[in-house]
Design a protein around this ligand. Structure first.
Ligand code: ASP
Ligand code: MG
Length: 402
């Protein structure tokens, strides 16, 4: 018998009406003869509200207690949904992370899933019950409750799909799928029928906040087919899989990331080992580097600029200043008034001219590019923060029409 995993996000279970609507979606899949495992998030703003409550009592609560608290949101959702399904006369059972054996490491707040033991889950499925699983939570080797990071219920769903060898992992949300750009800002944004794991990972990282990045990475690793679709409108969403057939599509989407800052070291010596020393000290502080650019040397000196997330800027500058003598440079300059705009598409590997089209769109809008970086399936530019939305619109119009 086929098995599917369905995951419903916080907005899909926000109130009694939404829960009833979702109960019907679950009931339909079950009555088609499928085994159904459902992962739920906490209702609407519940997780944020719980965090606020914690801070009222203790500005620095221990992570362990924080996870005990935050896991309650998902537990409430599964119980409520079970009650709604009971009224439809369906056999249902709700299970928490520990009851399904969702084993994680002990990094409270951002735990990694190590494996799912799943005996209980399988026993319940054998009895033809619909199984509702609390997302976002697990258990560590001390039998303590953990949570796996904000937005983590998607990853719970994929982990269960892997364990149970599901046909598909459907992620229901409040949008109809993955779009070529933010549909709230770009009237011409189009829904994609399909997207590859790699493209989805890039888009997720670039701030298209539809899917938890780790869920797509896991789906890719184990070849789990995902679908992102709406719990409000009953139509097909976007399939996320290994290879897509849309060869005619040059790119799949345009995305903006404003959480970025640029740091430049000026007057570095033009000799071996300089970049190594500079990035070693940053790595020692666990600072993630994104784009790196080295200028062509002149008078035996070089400039190197790079980007980090805004929250890391101060830390990066401090450690570079502390190590000024070791690295050897004359000046350091920074800005966080910038944004990264990117296009993503597996199609760009086989279609020449994609970069030119992107740069032409920016030129037509008189937007200056501060830095460029490329990978096989992505081209990113840094632009002034104030030009970011205009850049996205211009590039999107160039590739997809206004
Ligand atoms: N409830 C958690 C959060 O708000 C997990 C999730 O929704 O996926 O981040
Ligand atoms: Mg989410």
């Amino acid at each position: 018998m086929g098995l599917i995993v369905q995951k419903f996000g916080g907005s899909s279970v926000a109130d009694a009406e939404s829960i009833r609507r979702v109960a019907w979606i679950i009931a339909e899949a079950y009555s088609e003869g499928k085994n159904v495992v459902v992962v739920l998030s906490a209702q609407a703003d519940t997780t944020d509200d719980l965090i606020a409550k914690a801070k009222e009592l203790n500005p620095n609560p221990s992570m362990r207690e924080m996870d005990v608290l935050l896991s309650t949101g998902e537990q409430a959702s599964i119980a409520l949904m079970a009650m709604a399904l009971e009224t439809l006369g369906l056999p249902v059972v709700s299970l928490t992370g520990w009851q399904v054996g969702m084993n994680t490491d002990s990094s409270y707040g951002s735990a990694r899933i190590k494996g799912v033991s799943a005996e209980r889950l399988k026993a319940e499925l054998d009895r033809r019950r619909i199984v509702l699983v609390a997302g976002f939570q697990g258990i560590n080797k001390f039998d303590d409750i953990t949570t796996i990071g904000r937005g983590g219920s998607d990853t719970t769903a994929v982990a269960l799909a892997v364990t149970l060898n599901a046909e598909i992992c459907r992620i229901y949300t409040d949008v109809e799928g993955i779009f070529t750009g933010d549909p709230n800002k770009l009237p011409g944004a189009k829904k994609l029928d399909e997207i590859t794991y790699d493209e989805m990972i890039e888009l997720a990282t670039l701030g298209a906040q539809v899917l938890h990045n780790r869920s797509v990475e896991m789906a890719k690793r184990y070849g789990v087919k995902m679908e992102v679709l709406s719990s409000l409108v009953r139509k097909p969403g976007t399939i996320v899989k290994g290879v897509t057939k849309m060869e005619h599509m040059k790119i799949s989407g345009v995305a903006k990331d404003s959480d970025i800052a640029r740091i430049a070291l000026v007057g570095l010596k033009d000799e071996p080992g300089v970049a190594f020393k500079m990035f070693r000290v940053l790595a020692n502080e666990k600072i993630n580097i994104d784009i790196i650019l080295q200028s062509i040397g002149r008078n035996n000196t070089n400039d190197i600029s790079f980007t980090v997330s805004r929250s890391d800027m101060e830390k990066a500058v401090n450690v570079l200043e502390e190590n000024k003598d070791i690295i050897g440079y004359t000046d350091i300059s920074t800005t966080d008034k910038i944004a990264k705009v990117s296009i993503v598409g597996a199609g760009m590997m086989s279609s020449p001219g994609v970069a030119a089209m992107m740069f032409e769109a920016l030129y037509d809008s008189k937007i200056n590019i501060a830095m460029i970086s490329t990978s096989e399936i992505k081209i990113s530019v840094l632009v002034d923060e104030n030009d970011a939305d205009r850049s996205v619109a211009a590039i999107h119009a160039k590739f997809f029409g206004a």
